[in-house]
Design a protein around this ligand. Structure first.
Ligand code: THU
Length: 162
């Protein structure tokens, strides 16, 4: 039997079209790119996590001379959120970047490991985690994805091991 999955997302032509809380979150992600330690890739990623009470936790990619030891911005931000606000649920995560030496100016989307990590956080709480994707260009479009399920269908979860 042939089946279909539907990927749902919204596209905004400019971040000014976002509700103020989401714009604030995307701005925090862009600001967090300044915290990146990316001497190897020169690719500075910032992420910001919005909690249910409006608090925002930021993170940036932190690279290492032993490349696999580096951590992505999304997981850095989620780690901060979960240790500093352990009992609060997450409403959204925004990702932005500055590509100082490259030419790509498209939207970036979380890597596979970060998708798996976001899925773990989403599975631990009742509400989905919205994902906002943007970049550092002033006229960048913004993509809003309602849940990590749309980026990581058929994910491996705790229930997979029951
Ligand atoms: N990176 C992130 O921080 N988040 C992503 O979603 C994609 C990639 C980082 C990891 C590494 O420091 C650099 O970008 C290049 O891969």
């Amino acid at each position: 039997m042939q089946k279909e999955l539907i990927l749902q997302y919204k596209e905004y032509t400019h971040k000014d079209e976002l509700a103020s809380e989401k714009k604030r979150l995307l701005d925090a992600a862009l600001k967090a790119t300044e915290l990146a330690y990316a001497p190897y890739s020169q690719f500075k990623v910032g992420a910001a996590v919005l909690m249910e009470d409006g608090t925002i936790f930021s993170g940036a990619n932190l690279e290492n001379a032993s490349y696999p030891a580096g951590i992505c911005a999304e997981r850095a931000a989620l780690s901060s959120a979960s240790v500093l606000a352990p009992n609060k649920s997450i409403k959204a995560i925004a990702v932005s970047y500055r590509n100082e030496n490259g030419s790509n100016d498209a939207i970036i989307s979380p890597c596979g490991i970060c998708r798996q990590t976001i899925a773990e956080y989403e599975n631990r709480q009742p509400n989905p985690i919205e994902i906002l994707l943007g970049n550092s260009l002033p006229d960048s479009k913004v993509i809003e994805i309602p849940s990590i399920n749309h980026l990581l269908p058929f994910s491996f979860t705790k229930e997979s091991m029951d």
